[in-house]
Design a protein around this ligand. Structure first.
Ligand code: 13P
Length: 254
């Protein structure tokens, strides 16, 4: 019932030549594969969406934004709207990545509002949640994640079934420290439980991705966990052989 998603978050990386080389390597590695209910999604810097949209046409890869404005249009310097992302070929957008929550002081309410705008623009928001090391060590983890999700439920109400969540423990991002398979599964089960409290059907429908130092060697075992429906990949998505191996490993999982 739930889609399996492999999402590449390029963050502030890429350039014209890199993008072109990467796309031809991915296209070669991904062609002639039956993806069925799997989707491969690339979230490059917004400035490269148009270039990549042109390069993706013969591949199974879909595009996503890394962020979206809470606003639809107007005097908001530097923002990118949901309609703009749609025009550039995006089907998805990340919202609430911890690098935006922490570095740009994005609150739970703002993240929820961005998710609402994304849906209104016909985009599927991939809403990132997760705890810091200190929050985990002090036993606050579940409360923090519950609040992050509850804000989205309060804002979206019945539309909550149309989003994707990504669990990204902040201490595992870019550190080489992947959460253990059991830590990841426990967090995903908790997130599904929060959704279940809202509505059983929503909990069954919403895909929950894991992100944080995912590598080809850890992808398969993570994807075998009952509540892990996909992966959100940072650093490893910038190495074509790694990202290809991660994408292909989704075919071997449930
Ligand atoms: P890394 O895979 O580099 O740890 O990044 C994870 C991430 O933040 C994806 O959004």
């Amino acid at each position: 019932m739930r889609k399996k998603l492999i999402v590449a978050n390029w963050k502030l990386n890429g350039n014209w030549a890199f993008n072109e080389a990467m796309m031809s390597e991915l296209a070669l590695g991904l062609k002639q594969v039956q993806w069925h209910d799997r989707e491969i999604i690339l979230c490059p810097p917004a400035i490269y969406l148009q270039q990549l949209n042109g390069l993706l046409s013969d591949t199974p890869i879909l595009l996503g934004g890394q962020d979206v404005s809470e606003q639809f249009f107007g005097a908001y310097t530097g923002e990118i709207s949901g309609q703009m992302l749609k025009e550039l070929g995006c089907r998805y957008t990340l919202v609430g990545h911890s690098e935006r929550r922490v570095r740009h002081q994005e609150t739970n309410e703002l993240v929820a509002s961005k998710a609402k705008t994304a849906l209104a623009c016909g985009l599927i928001p991939v809403i990132c949640v997760g705890e810091t090391r200190e929050e985990r060590d002090s036993g606050m983890m579940n409360a923090v994640i519950q609040q992050q999700i509850q804000s989205v439920i309060n804002c979206l109400k019945a539309d909550i079934s149309d989003v994707v969540f990504a669990y990204e423990p902040i201490w595992a991002i870019g550190t080489g420290l992947t959460a253990s398979v059991n830590q990841a599964q426990d967090a995903h089960e908790f997130i599904r439980g929060v959704l279940k409290q809202h509505e059983e059907l929503c909990a069954q429908k919403v895909s929950i991705l894991y992100g944080g130092s995912v590598k080809a060697e850890s992808a398969q075992v993570l994807l075998e966990m009952p509540d892990i429906d996909g992966l959100l990949v940072g650093g490893s998505s910038l190495i074509s052989s790694e990202f290809l191996a991660i994408s292909l490993s989704s075919l071997n999982s449930k």
